[in-house]
Each structure stands twice: as C-alpha cells, then as structure tokens.
Design a protein around this ligand. Structure first.
Ligand SMILES: C=CC1=C(C)c2cc3[nH]c(cc4nc(cc5[nH]c(cc1n2)c(C)c5CCC(=O)O)C(CCC(=O)O)=C4C)c(C)c3C=C
Ligand SMILES: [Fe+2]
Ligand SMILES: [Fe+2]
Length: 362
C-alpha cells in the first residue's frame, strides 16, 4: 500500500482583510498587478494602478465592502471557509484539505506549507471558478504551480478542470435556486456572470477567427470555443435554464463588474436591467453562476446597486439567488469533482471505478 499523503487545495480569488481603505488598497495592488488580470505593458500598468486605480478605487471599494461585511468577516472568506470545512469532513482520511486565496489571505504559500507539514506530497488543486478564464482559474493555477515548484523536490500535482457543465455543479445550483425563484414569483431569470475584457476572450481563441467573430459564437460549445470563458458562461446558463424548466423568453444572460474603458464581453448587466424593466419584467430573479460564494459582486453590485437600478427603471422586485456557499450538495459536488479528477489522472481500473458521492435526497 502506498504511503503517499494526498492534499487538496481549494483556491478562491481572495478578499481584503478589512473593509478599510488601506486593506482594500493592499488587496487591489496585489490583484491588479497580476499580468493575467491587467494585461498591459508593465510600465503602463504601474502608472494606471498607482496614479488612477488605487487612489480612486480603494476608498470607493472599501465603502462598498462595508455594506456587505459580516461579524465573521468578508462573505467570500466566510463561505469559502465553510465550504473547505465541509469538504474536509467528507474527505477525512483520504485528503488533507486547505483553503487558499490567490490574492491576500490565507495565502497560497502558507496553505501549501501547512499541507507539506502534514506530510502531503501529492497535490490536487481546485480553482473555485466554474468557468475558466486566464484572469481567474488560469492565474490561480499558475501561482499554485509556481509555489509548489519552489522546493528542490517538486510534488505530483493535478488540477480539477473547469466544471461549468458538470451535472454535480449544475444540479447543486439548480437545487439552491428553485425554491428562491418560486418564492419570488419571478417572471424572468437573469444569469449575470462576471465579465472579462473582450481582448482576453480573443487571446484565448487559438484559431483567432471564432470568438466574438459572429453574434452566435457562444451558442454551443465546439472545438473552436471549448476554452472560451464567454462560451462556457452561456453553456452554464443554458443548462441551468433547462434544469429550472425556464421558457426561452423567460431567461437571459449578462456580464457584470466591468473595470476600465476597454470593451468587455456583452451584454452588460447594468444595461440589461433597465431593458428588462422596459420590456415589462416586474419580478426579476438574478443568479450569478460564475461565483460559487457570495461576495462583493453578488451582494453589493447585484443585490444592492442592481436592485436600485431595476426598481428605478420600473421593476417591482429583484431577488438575488444565493450562491452555493457551503451548501451540503455543493460540498458533495466538490468531493465528486476531486475524486473524478483523480480517477481520470490515474489509469488503474480501481481508480477509474472510484465511487461517485450519492446524491442527497430532496
Ligand atoms: C468569477 C471569476 C472572476 C473573473 C473572471 C474575474 C476577472 C476580473 N476581475 C477584475 C477586477 C475586479 N474584480 C473584483 C472582485 C471580484 N472578482 C471576482 C471574480 C472574478 N474576477 C470575485 C469573486 C470578486 C469579489 C471579491 C470579494 O472580495 O468579494 C475587484 C475588487 C472589488 C472592486 O473594487 O470592485 C476588482 C477590481 C478584472 C479586471 C478582471 C479581469 C480582467
Ligand atoms: Fe473580478
Ligand atoms: Fe468565444
């Protein structure tokens, strides 16, 4: 029997340590210094960051964080910790589990050091983003590989792939959403995803001819757009709409959280909200399936500012569908994704037959 100890790193984006200008500034500096996030010339990035973004955005964002901060800290941190605990319970004796943040705390080097101290030499990393983007999962993976390869002895590493179309993720989200949408008596469901600059999507397109080249380029997953963030978002929305039994005119997709003046993937959430109200939608439910934890972007941008905008445009109610957070079905889904990725990485028939976690009733 092998004595190799296995470790699981759950990696989320990160959040400031406090809702204060200084802490937010430190967080934004680390985040926006990442060349996969602000992919411009380093000199231009330095000027943009230090002369414009940090001085103006830090106090504004700190104020926004104060509107959602809880007694236990930032929602993203609280829910990510809850998920990591639930997953650790389920994988006890099989995997050592640690939560790490790409930016801020708990840092990736600290989480890796804790796993190594417990004897882990075989690592699975799961970026907690359903759809892949160089600025989110790509950056988390790149940094994890960098940290893991610092010592002389480089360990075995495997990554859980994007799970935008995985039934375990989709079923868990639909299960959370169904009662909320019914209770809200929603007449429309908007799937609002975090956006990315259009430039990023074009850079991911190896053919250089598919992404954003036609209106329908994200209508199906094909070989050409398999790694396109926008196409994966549309695929998630189609699958969730199917599971929720929504009619074609009863749902739509949009992209939120733009930064800067370059074009981001469209349609923009803050344009779509008044358009829906103008079309006669009264009771809107918003799902944000790019986020597995509620965070600033769901709780402040959608549930506070988005709601104000929708009501001011003639809508009657906007209900945010909570994210997966530490829902037991989501913890089960994470376990299943981790076991499946291990089975796929090893060719032994026993591993390939690793049991899936049974669905919970109800
Ligand atoms: C869901 C995946 C995410 C992608 C892709 C992503 C890309 C991306 N983000 C910015 C700029 C900002 N994002 C901010 C917050 C934020 N972003 C994500 C996720 C993705 N970002 C999350 C989960 C959060 C919330 C963090 C929290 O603490 O709750 C922020 C900070 C807040 C603010 O000032 O608005 C910025 C800035 C860019 C530029 C980008 C792609 C290029
Ligand atoms: Fe972001
Ligand atoms: Fe695309």
């Amino acid at each position: 029997m092998s004595s190799t100890r296995k470790g699981l790193l759950l990696v989320n984006l990160g959040t400031p340590d406090a809702p204060e200008t200084g802490a937010v500034r430190r967080y934004l500096r680390e985040f926006l210094s990442d060349p996969r996030v602000l992919d411009i010339h380093p000199v231009g990035r330095w000027f943009l960051l230090n002369l414009i973004i940090l001085p103006f955005r830090s106090p504004k964002s700190a104020h926004a964080y104060r509107t959602i901060w809880t007694e236990r800290g930032s929602p993203l941190m609280v829910y990510s910790r809850g998920l990591a605990e639930a997953v650790a319970e389920r994988l006890a004796g099989e995997y050592e589990v640690e939560l790490a943040m790409r930016y801020g705390n708990p840092s990736l080097p600290d989480a890796v050091a804790r796993l190594r101290a417990r004897g882990v030499s075989d690592f699975t990393v799961m970026p907690l983003y359903p759809q892949e983007a160089p600025s989110s999962s790509g950056s988390s993976l790149a940094r994890t590989y960098e940290v893991l390869s610092e010592p002389w002895d480089v360990p075995n590493v495997r990554a859980v792939p994007a799970f935008y179309d995985h039934p375990a993720f989709l079923d868990a989200f639909a299960r959370v959403a169904r009662p909320v949408i019914t209770e809200a008596r929603a007449d429309h469901v908007l799937f609002s995803f975090h956006g990315v600059p259009e430039r990023h999507v074009r850079r991911t397109d190896a053919s250089g001819r598919h992404c954003l080249a036609s209106g329908g380029c994200c209508d199906a997953i094909t070989d050409a757009n398999r790694h396109c963030y926008r196409a994966q978002c549309f695929a998630t929305a189609r699958e969730l709409a199917k599971r929720l039994g929504l009619e074609p005119q009863g749902w739509s997709v949009s992209f939120q959280s733009r930064l800067g003046r370059t074009p981001w993937v469209k349609p923009y959430t803050d344009f779509v909200l008044p358009e829906l109200a103008a079309r006669g939608v009264k009771r809107l439910a918003v799902m944000c399936p790019a986020f597995v934890s509620d965070c600033l972007e769901t709780l402040e941008e959608v549930a506070l500012r988005g709601r104000d905008q929708f009501l001011a445009s003639g809508g009657e109610s906007l209900t945010l569908v909570p994210s997966l957070n530490a829902d037991p079905a989501w913890a089960d889904a994470v376990v299943r994704l981790v076991r499946e990725s291990e089975a796929a990485a090893t060719s032994s028939p026993a591993a390939a037959a690793a049991p899936a976690v049974p669905d919970r009733p109800g």
